[in-house]
Design a protein around this ligand. Structure first.
Ligand code: RIB
Ligand code: CA
Length: 350
C-alpha cells in the first residue's frame, strides 16, 4: 500500500509539473525575429531560443550586415546549433527598397558570425518569402505576434505594403534601431535605419504599437571581457559558440576604444523577455529620408510639440505651440548589468 502511495504521489507531481510546463509554454510570448545575422544578431537569436518567455514562431532574414544568402545560411546554422529545426527560417529582401545595400563584414566578420565557423546546417530553409511568412503568422495568431526586427526594416515594410491590415493585428513591434543621441553608420543615422530609410519611415508611420531600442541605450549596454570570462566558465555548444563570437565583438570594440561590445540586438530581445530592463518615453519620431547629412536619422521630438508660426506681412512669428501625438515608445534607459546577468544565465551551459 505504501509503495502504491509513493507511486501515486509521483504521478500527481508529474501531472502538476507537466501542466505547469504546458501553461508556461502557452503563456510564452509569440515573436517573429527579423534579422540580418550578423554577430550580435546571432547572440540575440540564441538568447531568444533559450528563453522560455518567448515562443519564436520564425526567423525571417533580411539583407543588411551580410548579403541575404549568407544571412539565411547563418540563421540555419544557428537553429541547427540550438537543435531547433522546428523554427522556420525564411529568406527575405536581398536589397533595400530604394538605395543600394551596404553590408558590414568589417564589424561582423567575413562570414557574418565573427569568423567563427559552424558545421553545415541540419535544418532546411522554409520556402516562403519572409514578408509572406510574416503576414501568414500574424493572421494565424491575431493580436499575439510581437515583431522583433533587429536589422534593416525592408521585410517589415514589404509586409506592410502588401497587407496594411496587419497594423491592427500585431501585438507590438519592438525593434533594435535608431537613436536619439547620434548615429553609428553616420553622425546622424543608426545602421539599421541607415540601410533602408524608406522602409523605416513606413514602419515608424504605420501607427502600430512601436518600441524603439536605439543606440542611446544599446551603447550603454556593454558586454565586457570580464563578462566573457564569466560565460566561458561554463561549457556547451551554444555557450562555447557565443563566447567565440563575443571574443570577436569585444576585440573589435576594444580596438575602437570601447570598454565592451554594445549588445544592440540582444537588448531588443531582452526588452521583450522582461520589459523592466528598459525605461521608455513616448515621443513623436520621424525618419529623415532626404537630408544630405542626416538621411536615416530618427528625429525625435522629446517635447512632442512644435512651434506654431503665423505670417506677419514680411516675416513669421511664433504665436504658440502645436502638440504632436507620440508614435514611439523610445527606450531612454536600460538596466545594463541586470540584462547582461540574464543573458549569461540563459546561455550558460547550453
Ligand atoms: O546599429 C546596430 C545594428 O546594426 C545591429 O542590428 C547590428 O546587427 C547591425 O545590424
Ligand atoms: Ca542586426
Amino acid at each position: 500500500m505504501k509503495r502504491l502511495g509513493r507511486y501515486s504521489v509521483f504521478v500527481v507531481c508529474w501531472f502538476i509539473c507537466a501542466a505547469a510546463g504546458m501553461s508556461a509554454a502557452a503563456d510564452a510570448r509569440k515573436i517573429i525575429l527579423d534579422t540580418d545575422p550578423g554577430a550580435d544578431d546571432a547572440i540575440a537569436i540564441l538568447l531568444a531560443l533559450n528563453s522560455p518567455e518567448l515562443d519564436v514562431k520564425a526567423l525571417t532574414v533580411v539583407a543588411g550586415n551580410v548579403v541575404v544568402e549568407q544571412g539565411v545560411k547563418n540563421a540555419l546554422k544557428l537553429v541547427s546549433l540550438a537543435g531547433r529545426c522546428e523554427v522556420p527560417v525564411a529568406r527575405g529582401a536581398s536589397r533595400p527598397l530604394v538605395q543600394k545595400l551596404v553590408t558590414a563584414e568589417f564589424f561582423h566578420g567575413a562570414n557574418g558570425l565573427g569568423n567563427v565557423e559552424l558545421s553545415a546546417p541540419a535544418c532546411a530553409a522554409d520556402p516562403r518569402f519572409a514578408p509572406d511568412l510574416i503576414l501568414e503568422l500574424i493572421h494565424q495568431y491575431p493580436h499575439e505576434i510581437t515583431l522583433v526586427p533587429v536589422g534593416p526594416l525592408t521585410n517589415i515594410a514589404l509586409a506592410l505594403r502588401k497587407d496594411p491590415s496587419i497594423v491592427g493585428l500585431v501585438k507590438e513591434v519592438v525593434l533594435m534601431g535608431g537613436s536619439i543621441a547620434g548615429g553609428n553608420a553616420t553622425a546622424a543615422a543608426e545602421a539599421n535605419i541607415y540601410n533602408d530609410p524608406e522602409a523605416a519611415r513606413a514602419v515608424f508611420e504605420a501607427g502600430w504599437p512601436l518600441t524603439m531600442v536605439g543606440l542611446n541605450v544599446t551603447e550603454k549596454t556593454l558586454f565586457t571581457r570580464a563578462d566573457r570570462n564569466r560565460l566561458a566558465r561554463s561549457q556547451g555548444r551554444e555557450n562555447d559558440f557565443a563566447v567565440r563570437v563575443l571574443d570577436f565583438l569585444v576585440d573589435r570594440a576594444s580596438g575602437l576604444g570601447a570598454g565592451g561590445t554594445p549588445m544592440h540586438d540582444p537588448l531588443a530581445v531582452g526588452a521583450v523577455i522582461d520589459r523592466s530592463l528598459i525605461t521608455t518615453r513616448d515621443m513623436w519620431v520621424e525618419v529623415e529620408t532626404r537630408g544630405e547629412f542626416t538621411r536615416g536619422e530618427t528625429v525625435a521630438s522629446r517635447h512632442n510639440s512644435s512651434d506654431r508660426k503665423v505670417w506677419r506681412g514680411d516675416h513669421y512669428s511664433i504665436d504658440g505651440i502645436e502638440k504632436v501625438e507620440p508614435n514611439v515608445h523610445v527606450a531612454v534607459e536600460s538596466d545594463a548589468r541586470r540584462f547582461i546577468d540574464l543573458f549569461i544565465s540563459r546561455l550558460a551551459g547550453k
